[in-house]
Each structure stands twice: as structure tokens, then as C-alpha cells.
Write a protein that binds this ligand. Structure first.
Ligand code: NAI
Length: 345
């Protein structure tokens, strides 16, 4: 998709962070911009920011929507058609949440909340919007579907399992949609950032009241640690530009904010692990020994500037990930869970 001017974009999670950056970028291209978010106050602030960014007020449509609620998401799609005269030509699902803690400490609420927003709401959006977009635009005009996934899609994370599982699912879904939409003259793009300067570190503050029973240790301090890491992430407008370039070039996967070789190394490594399971037992044991040795060397490189091992066997965090004064390390279990290894609490 190359022609944005005068068309309609809808960005989920558009009241903050990456979504707001995308709304700015595509608004600047002359699109009518609908943004959907569950937080009304954030929507109003985003509306003002978009106006200050130069987007005409008449081209901005903030919509309060809970994407996990199909009736609410359907009403949002209806509203866009009512106000802008049709479904979006560009549909970007960017809303997301995250919470960190050992997977074995997770509760149903942890999975329901994170997978509810990060995976099942994406399914909701695709099922609600794509048929409308095909009916309105197939073979007549360009249209496109995009989702903001994460680098977490490409690997497991034992302290962010619901998130990584969601994002892996989202990527796989988008590969299917990219193929499915081709005959209609459209396509799909999945954006996989590593770190964004956004407000996702505060997500726990807005966790719905009916899903508050977490197995993770969450406090003002753990959120402060997350915020300090995200503050070093890519600027949302810059990320929006990278997504635009990806859509213009019909890229199915967009991998920003890492050196290409870092991504290539990570992705090759993932594939090699999967491939290694085709080896016989002895061959695989030798393969694993060599790989562990390589990884040990790589990790030494990663941690060498991050401070000394204090003798406890625990290494300090990589540069830039240290726990700032007054903050608390995220990713631990709730202290009262008696089956959790003490080092995970
Ligand atoms: P953010 O917190 O700044 O923005 C996310 C928005 O989603 C918020 O405004 C929030 O209110 C909204 N939202 C959450 N639940 C919702 C629901 N049920 N219905 C409607 N809106 C809802 O966070 P950020 O970082 O901009 O997140 C955007 C996307 O980027 C997410 O999908 C996230 O997983 C992804 N991502 C973020 C990274 C980061 O370092 N911040 C790295 C890689 C991917």
C-alpha cells in the first residue's frame, strides 16, 4: 500500500506509545485517523497531541473501546463507518499489555489479561474488520492490515510467557492473513520491535478489576524499573515511519530497532535449535555442548561491562537494565507462593 492520502486509518491502542506514534505518522500522510483505546483520559490527551502535531481536528476520531469485548469492538467499527463513511483502508492493531513473572507463578488472570489483549483482541479485530474491508475495497482500492507484535514473538521467555505466547500467535496469524489477503489486492504486515519509549511499563495500573489476581510481584518499584528500560526504547514516531516504509514495500515482517545482524543472529539461533531436534541423541548432545560453550562466550561479552559477579552466582543486568534507585527488579513471583523456588521470588 503506497497511497494513504484521504484514506482512513484505525489504530488500536492509539492513545499512547507506539499506537499514538503511528496515528501521527499516518495522519501526517493525510489520512483520516481513528484511534481506539480503553482509557478515555488518554484518548483526550492523544487527540490534543494529534492536533498539536498538525493533524486537522476534523480528521481525528477518538473512540473508547475495550478490544477484548466483541460488542464494544463491533460498535467501534460501526462508529468509524458512520463518521468517516467507510471501514479503514489501513487497520493497525497496536494495543497491548505486559506483565512479568515466573511462568510457574502465573494465575488464570495473568494469562486471561495478557493473552486477552495481546492475542484474542487481535483475533476479534481481524474478524470484525477484515470482512468489512474486503467488501468495501477489494480490487477497487488499496487496503492493508498491520499488527504491532514484538521481538518476543521469536523466542520463549520464562518470565513473560503469556506475552511471548501471544506475540508468537499474532505473528503466525499475520503470516496467514498476508497470504489470504493477496487475492483481494491487499496484504498484511507484522511489526516486531524490541524496545519502545512508551507507557507499557505502567500497564499494571490499568489491569481490569476482574483480572487483578496476579501471581507476580508487582509494585510501584517494579513499574519504575520497567519505565527506566522503556525510556531507552525507540521513539514512537520513528517506529511509525519504519512501519510505513514496511507497508509501502509490502513487507510481511518488519524488524526495527536492533542492528540487522542482531536480529539475524537471534533468528538463526532459534532455527538451529529447532533443527537440532532432527539429530540423533549423541549428535544432538554434541551439538548442545558446542552451542552452550558459544552462548557462554556471548553472554560474557554481553555482561562484561555490566559490573562484577558478586560471588553469589548471580550476574548483574546488562548495561542500561540496572534497577534505578528507588525501583525494584521486575520479573519475580508473588512472595507468598510456597511452591516457587526462592530465587524466583
Ligand atoms: P502503551 O501502554 O504506551 O500503549 C498501549 C495502549 O493499549 C494503551 O493506551 C492502553 O490503554 C491500550 N489498551 C490496553 N488494553 C486495552 C484494551 N483492552 N482495549 C483497548 N485499548 C487497550 O504501550 P506500547 O509499548 O506503545 O504498546 C504498543 C504495542 O507495542 C503493544 O502491542 C506492545 O506489546 C508492543 N511492544 C512494545 C514494546 C515496548 O518496549 N514498549 C516492545 C515490543 C512490542
Amino acid at each position: 500500500m503506497r497511497d494513504f492520502k484521504g484514506k482512513i486509518v484505525f489504530v488500536s491502542g492509539g492513545a499512547s506509545g507506539a499506537g499514538l506514534g503511528q496515528a501521527k505518522v499516518f495522519g501526517r500522510e493525510g489520512m483520516k485517523v481513528a484511534i481506539g483505546d480503553v482509557r478515555e483520559d488518554a484518548l483526550e490527551n492523544a487527540r490534543k497531541e494529534l492536533i498539536a502535531f498538525g493533524i486537522p481536528e476534523k480528521d481525528i476520531l477518538p473512540i473508547k473501546v475495550d478490544l477484548t469485548d466483541r460488542a464494544s469492538y463491533t460498535a467501534c467499527a460501526d462508529k468509524i463507518e458512520e463518521v468517516f463513511g467507510g471501514p479503514p483502508h489501513l487497520f493497525i492493531q497496536t494495543a497491548g499489555v505486559n506483565s512479568f513473572g515466573p511462568v510457574e507463578a502465573s494465575t488464570f488472570d495473568d494469562f486471561d489479561w495478557v493473552m486477552g489483549v495481546d492475542l484474542f483482541a487481535v483475533v476479534n479485530g481481524l474478524l470484525i474488520f477484515v470482512p468489512r474491508m474486503i467488501k468495501a475495497y477489494a480490487h477497487k482500492t488499496e487496503f492493508w492490515v498491520a499488527t504491532t507484535s514484538s521481538g518476543g514473538a521469536f523466542g520463549a521467555g520464562s518470565t513473560c510467557a503469556p506475552y511471548c505466547a501471544s506475540k508468537a500467535g499474532v505473528n503466525n496469524l499475520m503470516y496467514s492473513y498476508a497470504e489470504a489477503l493477496k487475492p483481494y489486492g491487499a496484504g498484511a504486515t507484522v511489526l516486531c520491535p524490541a524496545n519502545i519509549n512508551s507507557n507499557i511499563g505502567n500497564a499494571e495500573k490499568f489491569r481490569p478489576a476482574n483480572l487483578k489476581n496476579t501471581g507476580y510481584h508487582v509494585s510501584e518499584g517494579t513499574m519504575a524499573h520497567l519505565r527506566s528500560i522503556h525510556a531507552q526504547g525507540i521513539d514512537p514516531v520513528e517506529l511509525g515511519e519504519i512501519l510505513k516504509e514496511g507497508i509501502e514495500n509490502e513487507r510481511i515482517i518488519v524488524l526495527p530497532d536492533h542492528h540487522p545482524e542482531t536480529w539475524a543472529q537471534q533468528l538463526r539461533g532459534n532455527n538451529e535449535v529447532i533443527e537440532s531436534y532432527t539429530l540423533t541423541g549423541a549428535e544432538r548432545a554434541e551439538w548442545t555442548r558446542k552451542r552452550d560453550e558459544e552462548r557462554r562466550k556471548q553472554m560474557e561479552g554481553l555482561f562484561k561491562d555490566a559490573g562484577e559477579d558478586d560471588g553469589s552466582g548471580k550476574r548483574s543486568l546488562p548495561k542500561g537494565w540496572e534497577v534505578p534507585d528507588g525501583a525494584e527488579a521486575f520479573g519475580h513471583a508473588r512472595h507468598d507462593l510456597d511452591w516457587i523456588d526462592p530465587t524466583r521470588k
